[in-house]
Design a binder for this molecule. Structure first.
Ligand code: NOJ
Length: 536
């Protein structure tokens, strides 16, 4: 990729690495930065353009790095600052970009800022966090809940007040109404941007500002018994406040002070609220993550509707993006079923907008079984037994059939998926039509056909299990037909219009086939169709 290209984040394919689980080089069972450097040739061959790393900063690891105790250093578990400098140099030498995770909503309770803040009511950092008196009759200041179970307020003996934590008690929320907090975090951003990072994925960006009056949240009338307890109360006053957009515009200005950098926001909100995060005049996040595909019913009709709604709701000039998996959600191959995993990939990489892949999805990694004694995730520990655990999507990358899957010389921090001896990079690389080789072909065709990147999205009415759309722009039109069902399905080639040559099938065995009267798809098959010129 051209390093100076202002549009790189629009055109590129992003790949999320969960560093703990990618590659261990010092035999402690946890992945590290040197391991990522070692695996750069693999990522280059896969064809991705940008790497986003989940947090690598010093942390007591109560939430595996999303509880940061020092924003401008590297946790020894992952390596040193020298390792980081080597990583960024190597990533750039490989023609790739590097995105860091910024976690500004909360710190660790071990962060020096919080240690100071909790030391006394008149400490100069008291106002950096959210301290409130309890109710006169006793109990927490209001009914806000922690996403990881229980009240969102923790009573602090030393000063007799409560602090707010949207997640663990070990993750106190910063007070983003305080200008000093803002400046401190902007300085953190500048620190890493000066080192050459190409942008940030901002953790729970829609949480940053809370209601100034701390009003009680209303109950959720649609709460379903058995769902995580925090869902019983809506987050009307604790998240998504109008003033958050000022903060994001400020972050964006920091980003814009550096050449060609990107601000990505983690936001779980309904579509009409999500698009506000592009900001007025697009001065907000360039990519508010679009998680619609993580929770949709996997049918042609629902997906067509989601894409249409999204395309229609995007503000003028806003660039779309799509995500199929991350470190918080069950693996796509388990969610949609292994048979549909390739169809899901073809969807992700042919919709209009930047795709973000999750490590291991390219080898079809599934949600691993985690027995109760193997649980590491604090969410599962606090709210056990209802399926919220995130360990199953965070298991070590399966590189080979060697002990510990070539991930480590030591016992990994999480168990390996039981099928690693078969489902691993070395094996799948050697099988011509494996999912891994399919991913490589898919990413390669996206690079070859500009209309898959910048072309307009034009739906062609979904028919039964077949999702059909065109991407048209520079280079002409290509057509994507995805069979979301397990049964064979056909469509008249007249509904495809132009483009009768199969450029790529999810099964990797039909390239060059000319489609005559009908396009016949096997169960769980997707194809990209174009003209012979596209194939050349
Ligand atoms: C969202 C992150 O993706 C998740 O892993 C983390 O637990 C919470 N934010 C809290 O930081």
């Amino acid at each position: 990729m051209d390093q100076g290209d202002q549009n790189w984040w629009r055109h590129g394919v992003f790949y999320q690495i969960y560093p703990r689980s990618f590659q261990d080089t010092n035999a402690d069972g946890v992945g590290d930065l040197a391991g990522i450097i070692e695996r750069l040739p693999y990522l280059r061959e896969l064809g991705i353009d940008a790497i986003w790393l989940s947090p690598i900063f010093p942390s007591p690891m109560a939430d595996f790095g999303y509880d940061i105790s020092d924003y401008t250093d590297i946790d020894p578990l992952f390596g040193t600052m020298e390792d980081f400098d080597a990583l960024i140099a190597a990533v750039h030498d490989s023609g790739l970009k590097l995105i860091l995770d910024l976690v500004p909503n909360h710190t660790s309770d071990q962060h020096p800022w919080f240690i100071e803040s909790r030391s006394s009511r008149d400490n100069r950092k008291r106002g950096w966090y959210i301290w409130r008196d309890g109710k006169p009759e006793g109990g927490p200041p209001n009914n806000w809940l922690s996403e990881f179970g229980g009240s969102g307020w923790e009573h602090d003996e030393t000063t007799g007040q409560y602090y707010y934590h949207a997640f663990l008690t070990q993750q106190p929320d910063l007070n983003w109404r305080n200008p000093q907090v803002r400046e401190a975090i902007y300085d953190v951003m500048r620190f890493w941007l000066r080192k050459g990072v190409d942008g940030f994925r901002v953790d729970v960006i829609w949480h940053l500002i809370k209601d100034a009056k701390f009003r009680d949240n209303p109950p959720n009338p649609h709460y379903v018994e058995g769902r995580p307890p925090h869902e019983a109360i809506l987050t009307q006053y604790s998240t998504d406040q109008p003033e958050v957009h000022e903060v994001i515009a400020e972050m964006r200005r920091v980003i814009d002070g550096f050449d060609s950098c990107v601000l990505i926001g983690e936001i779980y909100l309904p579509l009409h609220r999500l698009v506000a995060y592009y900001g007025n005049d697009l001065a907000g996040a360039q990519m508010p993550f679009n998680f619609a595909l993580l929770s949709t019913l996997w049918s042609a009709h629902s997906i067509e509707k989601i894409v249409a709604d999204y395309e229609r709701t995007l503000p003028a000039g806003a660039w779309p993006n799509w995500v199929l998996g991350n470190h918080d959600r069950p693996r796509v191959a388990s969610r949609v079923g292994p048979e549909q995993a390739r169809v899901a990939a073809m969807l992700l990489l042919t919709l209009r907008g930047t795709p973000t892949l999750y490590y291991g999805d390219e080898i079809g990694m599934r949600q691993a079984m985690i027995s109760p004694d193997q649980v590491r995730d604090p969410f599962e520990k606090n709210v056990p037994g209802i399926g919220v655990g995130r360990d199953g999507c965070r298991t070590p990358m399966q590189w080979s059939a060697r002990p510990h899957a070539g991930f480590s010389m030591a016992k990994p921090w999480l168990p390996l998926a039981h099928d690693f001896a078969r489902e691993n990079v070395i094996n799948l690389d050697a099988v011509r039509d494996s999912i891994l080789n399919f991913y490589k072909a898919l990413i390669a065709i996206r690079k070859k056909l500009p209309q898959l990147v910048t072309g307009a999205y034009q739906p062609v009415a979904a028919q039964g299990d077949i999702l059909l759309y065109r991407r048209e722009g520079e280079g002409g039109a290509v057509v994507i037909a995805l069979n979301l069902g397990a049964e064979p399905a056909s469509i008249a080639s007249s509904s495809i219009g132009f483009g009768r040559e199969i450029l790529l099938s999810t099964m990797l065995d039909r390239q060059g086939e000319q489609v005559q009267g009908t396009l016949d798809l096997r169960g769980n098959e997707g194809v990209i169709l174009g003209t012979p010129a596209h194939a050349g």
